[in-house]
Design a protein around this ligand. Structure first.
Ligand code: NAP
Ligand code: HSE
Length: 464
């Protein structure tokens, strides 16, 4: 069957949906690959028909019943840009069941049920594409599933949440509070409908799961990604990082260990000279370490309607020509099957900020707990007394993370220690050996902690 046009049903007309509608309207002549000029929006489903929007589709195109799109036999492709797990999952399954190809920007859904949905699409000879689900306009999905399909990947690492990078940059460069910077990110349309997903690291963890599955050829799900967000990061931490020649970035990483794929999202101390430290505002940067290809970096706008609409247009362009010509070759994003290499158990250096009562003996109690757990301290620094008590920065020598947490939990149980301890890891490779404290003071004491590392006790303060 030869078709004159590809009819798209849009599920959602928010930040991304509106930008997709506008791009398909304004750039129609460029979208659709060999079928350019033939992709048109036919129907749009939203929650609230009365809402004012940045675009004005004809009223007869709009519906508040997503089923109207699924039940319309003239619709070829469903573009899901509503977000969340339900009803998105049911609607995507319904679209595939009715023989419609699907394009989605939904990282929560792809990280939780992507393998099952891709299987359904495959079994039905249909395409399910999700370039927009990771790093917005940066083509990381096609890079991993096509360009690097035969590469053995050793590690994937990057900044994959635009909202938190924007917030951390505002806190670092403009001394803005986390809540103030979040409000701006929301105004720009960078944040998720529930911004807790950005702040908690969940959004980045979904993206790491999706990239990890493609990079290592085995299912990596959201629940497999260890996650720590940025809500505990204070301007005090940011100033301490600066003192050491570092910036704080929310970094997602995945690499093969003996027991399987290790995947995490956490705030990291990144040396100024590292490319990740240069990533500003809403931008994302993903570094892929290939065994043969070596390091590869992809960078660009990681959030926002317009950048994301580019990825959706790319997916439509991959599907449309076959639909127009009537060949209907399914073109889902492939999950390459690979041999995962590696096997190293990683050690990292850590920064701990501990708020504690200012009484004699508290510091030595903390230091001996660390020593008992085999945690080497490189330096202990005193911060000026704040309203919540004295604060200490403990710089921990490289260690396997689990061993550190055992000691941290015991410290948090001490009556002298107030609240949670802030734990931030140094980016491996930029470890404490390269850390410069920029302190004009010489250490005043050097203490031997049994068989463990030497600890420099800078008894004076950092003025931050
Ligand atoms: P958004 O602005 O909140 O828009 C969501 C849209 O979906 C709204 O138009 C909403 O209708 C509609 N919707 C939600 N639930 C619905 C339901 N049950 N029935 C019908 N319509 C429903 O969200 P967004 O920022 O565009 O994000 C959409 C998706 O893209 C999410 O999966 C997100 O993670 C992903 N994404 C976002 C970005 C970004 O920068 N924003 C970048 C990449 C990927 P109403 O307008 O009537 O409320
Ligand atoms: N909220 C997401 C972010 C949108 O800030 O990165 C892009 O996926």
């Amino acid at each position: 069957m030869v078709k004159e046009s590809i009819r798209v049903g849009l599920l959602g007309l928010g930040t991304v949906g509106s930008a997709v509608y506008r791009l398909l309207d304004e750039e129609a002549e460029n979208i659709g690959g060999d079928a350019r000029g033939q992709v048109e929006v036919a129907r749009i489903a939203v929650r609230d028909l009365s809402r004012t929007r940045p675009v004005s589709p004809p009223p007869k195109m709009m519906t508040s019943r997503p089923e109207d799109i699924l039940e319309d036999p003239s619709i070829d492709v469903v573009v899901e840009v509503m977000g969340g797990l339900e009803p998105a999952e049911t609607l995507i399954k319904g679209a595939l069941r009715r023989g419609k190809n699907v394009v989605t920007a939904n990282k929560d859904l792809m990280a939780a049920h992507g393998h099952e949905l891709l299987e359904i699409a495959r079994a039905s000879d249909l395409s399910l594409r999700y370039e927009a689900a990771v790093a917005a306009g940066v083509p990381i999905i096609s890079c991993l599933s096509e360009g690097l399909a035969s590469e053995r990947i050793e590690e994937i690492m990057g900044i994959v949440n635009g909202t938190t990078n924007y917030i951390l940059c505002r806190m670092t460069d403009a001394d803005e509070s986390l809540t103030g910077a979040l409000a701006r990110a929301q105004e720009h349309g960078y944040a998720e409908e529930d911004p807790t997903s950005d702040l908690s690291g969940n959004d980045a963890a979904c993206k790491v799961a999706i990239m990890g599955s493609l990079a290592f050829g085995v299912p990596v799900r959201r629940r497999d990604v260890k996650v720590q967000g940025i809500t505990g990061i204070t301007t005090e931490d940011i100033r301490c990082a600066r003192k050491m020649g570092h910036v704080i970035k929310l970094v997602g990483r995945a690499w093969p260990e003996e027991a399987g794929i290790k995947a995490l999202v956490a705030p990291h101390l990144v040396p100024w000279t590292h490319p990740l430290a240069q990533v500003k505002g809403v931008d994302n940067l993903v570094q892929i370490h290939g065994a043969a290809a070596g390091p590869i970096s992809l960078a660009g706008a990681g959030a926002g309607g317009r950048a994301t609409s580019s990825a959706i247009a790319a997916d439509l362009g991959a599907i449309a020509p076959d639909l127009v010509s009537g060949h209907n070759t399914p073109r889902p994003n492939r999950t390459p099957s690979r041999l995962a290499g590696g096997g190293r158990k990683e050690e990292a250096a850590f920064y701990l900020r501990v708020v504690a009562d200012e009484r004699p003996g508290v510091l030595s109690q903390m230091v001996s707990i660390m020593a008992d757990h085999g945690v080497g301290l490189r330096e202990v620094v005193r911060l000026p007394t704040g309203t919540r008590g004295g604060a200490w920065i403990l710089l921990v020598a490289p260690i396997v993370e689990d061993r550190l947490w055992d000691a941290v939990w015991i410290l948090e149980g001490l009556t002298a220690v107030r609240g949670r301890i802030t734990v931030i890891r140094f980016l491996p490779g930029g470890s404490l050996h390269q850390t410069q404290t920029h302190s004009s003071h010489e250490p005043i004491a050097t203490t031997r902690l049994g068989a463990v590392e030497t600890c420099r006790l800078s008894g004076h303060m950092w003025s931050i």
